[in-house]
Design a protein around this ligand. Sequence first.
Ligand SMILES: [Zn+2]
Length: 220
Amino acid sequence: MEEMAREECCRSVCPLANCQVRLDHSQLLVHLISEHLVETPGVSFGLRMRQVESGERTLLPLAPQQLIVGQDHCLCLLNWAGNGSRNLAMPQCRLPLSYRSLTGHLPVLVMVRRIPWPALPSSSTLHEDNKMRYLYVLWLAAPATRRPVTARLGFLNRELHCSLRVRRQLRNFDSPMEFNKYLLGADRNYLTLSERQLQQMCCQNDSGCFLEVVILGVPN
Ligand SMILES: [Zn+2]
């Protein structure tokens, strides 16, 4: 009984919306492949998956108006080849034969959530501009790593002009988001943008934009 309780405490809830399965961090990839790679009832869409090296650029279409408010969306699963360090993270286990080459990769989920203003904590001081109706929060969720892994997030408009590039750290998927932390801008994991900021940068006329994700690796 004690052993079961201990095992349960080391498991984390799947980062995808509407999935409450608790997972060991070494089983995230096999779970995503078996449960979310194709269209899954209750989950917003089938997962897109890509294998990337350090410094490799991935462009993901982002249509902010289409995001369901208050729900976590996964734009893509990036299997990062790592930085050559074998003990950076636990290997992904129990993979089907055709995916075994990803055992030493780190599965990184590109996540976004659209939040309405009324859902924000009342202590927030960010209400000055009444015209802003939503916040967009972006982050990268991954199994725990022994050292922090850095990535670059960028926004490009439809003409592929870049408006913003920032660095953020991958976030361990084992704990829920803390609103106050990232609203104060003190968090290394989240990128928070208002609707107006997003529109000014790249989403005028609701045409959508591209999110650029580059996993940089472990800083020296
Ligand atoms: Zn799941």
